[in-house]
Design a protein around this ligand. Sequence first.
Ligand code: CA
Length: 734
Amino acid sequence: MRSQIIAALGAASLVTMAGLAVQTQAAGRRYAAVDAKRLLAADSPANAGQWMTYGRDYSEQRYSPLKQINASDIARLGLAWYADLSERGGSYETTPIVVDGVIYLSAPWSKVYAFDARTGKRLWKYDPKVPGGYAVKLCCGIVNRGVAVWKGKVIWGTLDGRLIAVDAKTGKKIWEVQATDPTRTLSISGAPRIADGRILIGEAGSEFEERGYMAAYDARTGKELWRWWAVPGDPEKGFEQPELAWAAKTWTGEWWKEGGGGTPWDAVTYDPVTGLVYVGTGNGAPWPAAVRSPGGGDNLFTSSIVALDAKTGKFRWYYQETPQDSFDFDSTQQIITADLVIDGKKRHVVMHAPKNGMFYVFDAATGVLLQAKPFVPTVNWMKGFDPEGRPILNPEANYGKTGKGFYVVPASGGAHSWYPMAFNPNTGLVYIPTNYGSYPLVAEAGAKMGNQLLSINVAKRPQVPPPRLSGTGSYLLAWDPVKLQAVWKQRQGSGRAGVMTTAGNLVFQGWAPFFGTSGPPNLSAFRADTGERLWTADTQAGIAGAPVTYTIDGKQYIAVVAGTSGFGGDYWAPTYARLLVYTLDGKAKLPPPMPYTPPVLNPPADFGDAALLARGETQYNAHCASCHGNNGRVSSLFPDLRYAGQLWSSDAFDAVVIDGALQDNGMVSFRKVLTRDDANAIRAFVVHTANELKKSPPRPFRFGRGFRFGPPPGDASSTAGPDAGQYVPEFHHR
Ligand code: CA
């Protein structure tokens, strides 16, 4: 894309941009002086040392032209400085933004920090004071993936659906708007992108049966400029957009009562070459297609990639990656634009590797699917493509209709979820955080997973055995997007951490412990061409977000935020959250890790009869399990209640559960839905499970229910090649 942008701008514009850079230097330190011209020239010498937007530049390639740190000298990489971050209880998913010597990053609870990128001195911190009780409206933690910077402002979204702009220099609020209906279960966890002064943000909430939309706001004022709804509402009320009239024909029943889903909670890429914004939409809601749309239908525009006019929000093209999605196959994973040569022809393309396991290459202007193939060894939800490139669905996968349940491949957590991938134009490879496994799905209308309205019974298993898969687990994949083939797989890399690549023939990625894995959490660098690990550093805390790189005074730095215990990690273990910054010959050291004392399991004696325990289990599963785990499901987000001291006292237990004593921690009062008798039953059930645990301590690894990421390496037996019921569909445009 770079070359096309330069071609489009012409030589005269390049001269102007060089002049702009000189003026910027002369004016001394400028705060977040990002604008459209500067972003277009992200690789020019003046801007090469910046990381100005979530994906570094408009293309979202996460490729930096810097190469002072490279495959030859990487052994000298050491810690330059670190800064402590104080939020706990949720992963740091942020990609730091680095502009003109300042690092901006977001933290759990939608808080934002600014640091001096040279020294690590904290410049300011902003707390939007999201009410702790909002935690119950979130599917996936108190997370935030990043901020946008634009013309002296830092702009981001909050869990309770606000957009906030502060002065980049001081952290003082300039404006704030409510981007969602606060009475609903919509939240913002994604990073806004900015296209020529228009802030683009979507929201999360498909797991609560919401109706998704993408909107643009004026960066100067926060005023909403346009809104695009991802799924049709009640036809009786008319449609907001013309395309929703025909999208409604792909739905049956009364889908609007349950929202339909489609929330575009992460991916949005602005393409200055086409003037389009590419949006990834979320899964259908509730999950089984046959429950939300009982007469069938593809349910547009769920699980799709959609192109909108950046200026007006008008619909331009779409491709539905997972028709009739029943698998939580959001298509919300980050979207990359690039120039590739396919069949001897140079193409400006959109590349996408969503949860459903398929790698897609589209013509960026028209949306024509050029080619597609699984980037994991097999899939089983689709069998092939028709001549137009539409997926041929596997009828057995429509488990809401068959009533038999289904083990979907890849797992519902996604072959690739929100963890950003990267594209290196020098190697021509895309680096994808990849997970390969299966996940059991059994439909039951109205069933919840904790507080999520999924119509999936997580306690039931399909009436068929799990599929036999080879090569399952989590790894970093180097993928050739032209030949559609894996070039290398690196199991020292991760399927659950973001990626950055550089002109130094390097790929950087963090790693966090996970089910069935061991070893210190780390940041590693791999050779971009071969995948060989060249360097690694113990980061004490796991990493989920992506690293970035920048320069100051001619010196290159690598920055990443470490701060996750990882799913399956021990919530009670001491965790750290830090901004870590590395440079060649860096000599800083992290302090020694805090001594760790394992939690003491000390429940009171069992009480209550079988009826009370059964009532407690039902109430626990309905109201507590999504945050605190159940039946061996381990949650890193909130405490394991089996260890809670409040189990000893009904007054202490009620103070939290009914009266909301820990509201500020995110533990809201459940007075509206639970009586004190219910709370007593829950306490009896938790005490019982704690005593069960005490009698039989856990095995080192337990594959719990509700686990959404597929089995660990080696969990499934191995067979050569695809087994029955699995497919490697491939499509090439002719
Ligand atoms: Ca989802």
